[in-house]
Design a protein around this ligand. Structure first.
Ligand code: ADP
Ligand code: GLC
Length: 497
């Protein structure tokens, strides 16, 4: 077993990922899949990689071999702050966890209360995360100091700011910093009067700093102070430099264009592989055999749909939010049903969308199944059992469900935006002829465009050999975490201390 003291044998670069979620312990979206898979991929390439996480109950309870590293003074409104070290289950990746019960000891969603309201003290909860990251670069754990601190999304956005502040006061560089934007729309923006509580110099409260329209923003801190910025697909890296998707930060992102890289997420083959997946009714490879149809039949039975092998089965596995464009699916649904298709939706979020989909399921119980909630195991059964996965997003930094769809021979039907544009090849006549097609792609964010793509999906479904060819092509796509890990290693090489 790896000891937390000292370096792992043969290890090279020491990298600390700072993040709020990690699969399999705590997940609200794709961020957790990424942090849970990138670290093992980097370790396989010889990196000495560790994670720093807030001590939410699921994380404190889930780590193995917990040992105390340090006791910190009361900070950010928490009387007790301790740093633990342990290991993730399954991957065995080393993690530091901040135990601060007053800030993190709240079950359920890590960001919001039972009424979906963001916690009022979120600025202190996530300031502590960034602050501890900076302390780790200064020897908080005397056995291990990162050479690179890689922060993810707004929750970890203050880490590069604290590191810069400490470096300015000591006159000594301690670590290179990378900040990855998984979603620019969630910014961690707070009022000016809260800034005094987070122990950053007031000179940082500046347009050349964390200040954002009179408030201050964790996201902006990450974008401003990190040595390098990445985001999760090449197309999104370009989109966020324009006003339409820049969320007010496009100017800053343009000014940092040379430091900004789009590095596509991957698929964790230990979790998402139809040939080995223990969560699905039958396993299958590119040849499909009877495996995929067995998964479809099992899903139809499980969800109460008519068990009909030749009914095109569409799916949605998603947070039900504005970002995901699911009102377009509601509009397309009558057309899907009229052509003899079916829909399974697994998701939760916006209550108006939840009710609208539920009403469709009540009206058409043999053709529409709606499962509200978050169910990791069921997400595998849905993605394996369907013919098409719908991802008609308004914007999509990368998107993972379309990648899982491709892997499982479930053709993605997506809008040409962000990572969706980078990963799905439309079944146009030319692409079909060239054997490149892997799904269906539409452009305009409107009912008509999605409706036309759905009609094309039905048309291709009727041509079995071509459908089969697209499935095969989809399943053969490689979205390897090793490729992303290699790109990060070369970035780290430019900035490591
Ligand atoms: P985002 O992070 O914007 O939600 P992604 O496509 O990157 O979008 O990642 C979503 C992740 O969350 C995927 O792993 C997907 O399978 C999972 N997911 C989304 N909704 C559900 C749900 N209701 N139940 C189980 N898993 C879900
Ligand atoms: C965000 C984005 C999603 C991306 C995920 C992981 O949640 O919305 O597109 O796949 O992060 O990077």
């Amino acid at each position: 077993m790896t000891s937390y003291q000292g370096l792992e044998p043969g290890a090279r670069m020491r990298v600390l990922h700072v993040c709020a979620e990690v699969y399999p312990l705590l997940k609200t979206g794709g961020l957790a899949d990424v942090t849970g898979a990138l670290a093992p991929a980097q370790r396989r390439q010889g990196c000495d990689v560790r994670l720093l996480l807030p001590g939410f109950p699921a994380i404190l309870e889930g780590i193995r071999d917990r040992q105390r590293v340090a006791q910190l003074p009361p900070s950010f409104g928490a009387d007790v702050v301790r740093l633990y070290h342990g290991f993730l289950p399954d991957s065995g990746i080393a993690v530091y966890v901040i135990d601060a019960p007053q800030l993190y000891g709240r079950p359920g969603n890590p960001y919001a209360d039972a009424n979906q309201q963001p916690y009022a003290d979120n600025y202190r909860r996530f300031a502590l995360l960034g602050w501890v990251a900076a302390r780790l670069t200064q020897g908080l754990d005397s056995f291990w100091q990162p050479q690179v601190v890689h922060s993810h999304d707004w929750h970890a956005g203050l880490a590069p700011a604290y590191i810069r502040a400490a470096e300015q006061s000591s006159g000594r560089r301690t670590a290179g910093t990378v900040f990855t934007v998984h979603n620019l729309a969630y910014q961690g923006r707070f009022s000016r009067h809260m800034f005094g509580d987070v122990d950053l110099p007031w000179r940082f409260f500046d347009i050349e700093g964390v200040e954002f329209h009179g408030d201050w923003s964790f996201m902006k801190a990450g974008l401003f102070y990190a040595d390098r910025i990445t985001t999760v697909s090449p197309t999104y890296a370009t989109e966020i430099q324009r006003q339409e998707q820049g969320c007010g930060l496009d100017g800053l992102l343009q000014s940092r264009a040379h430091d900004l890289h789009g590095i596509l997420n991957g698929v964790d083959e230990t979790v998402w592989n139809p040939a080995t997946d223990p969560l699905i009714a039958a396993r299958y490879s590119t040849r499909l055999g009877t495996g995929k149809s067995a998964c479809k039949l099992a899903l139809q039975r499980e969800t109460g749909l008519t068990a009909q092998s030749d009914a095109p089965l569409f799916s949605v596995v998603s947070r039900l939010t504005e970002q995901k464009g699911l009102h377009l699916v509601l509009s397309a649904l009558p057309g899907i049903l009229q052509r003899g298709g079916q829909l399974v939706l697994l998701g939760s979020g916006d209550s108006a969308l939840e009710s609208a989909f539920l009403a469709m399921a009540e009206a058409h119980p043999r053709s529409v199944a709606v499962v509200l909630g978050y169910d990791e195991q069921m997400s595998h059964r849905v993605i394996a059992g369907c013919d098409v996965i719908l991802v008609p997003s308004r914007f999509e930094p990368c998107g993972l469900t379309q990648l899982y769809g491709l892997r499982y021979g479930t053709l993605p039907l997506v809008r040409r935006v962000g990572g969706l544009a980078d990963t799905v090849v439309d079944s146009s006549l030319e692409n079909l002829a060239d054997g490149r097609a892997t799904g269906f792609v539409f452009d305009s964010f409107d009912d008509e465009a999605l409706g036309a793509a759905v009609r094309r999906a039905f048309a291709l479904y009727g041509r079995k050999a071509e459908w089969r060819q697209a499935q095969k092509q989809a399943m053969q796509q490689k979205f390897a975490w090793a490729d992303a890990a290699t790109r990060f290693t070369s970035l780290y090489g430019q900035i490591a201390v």
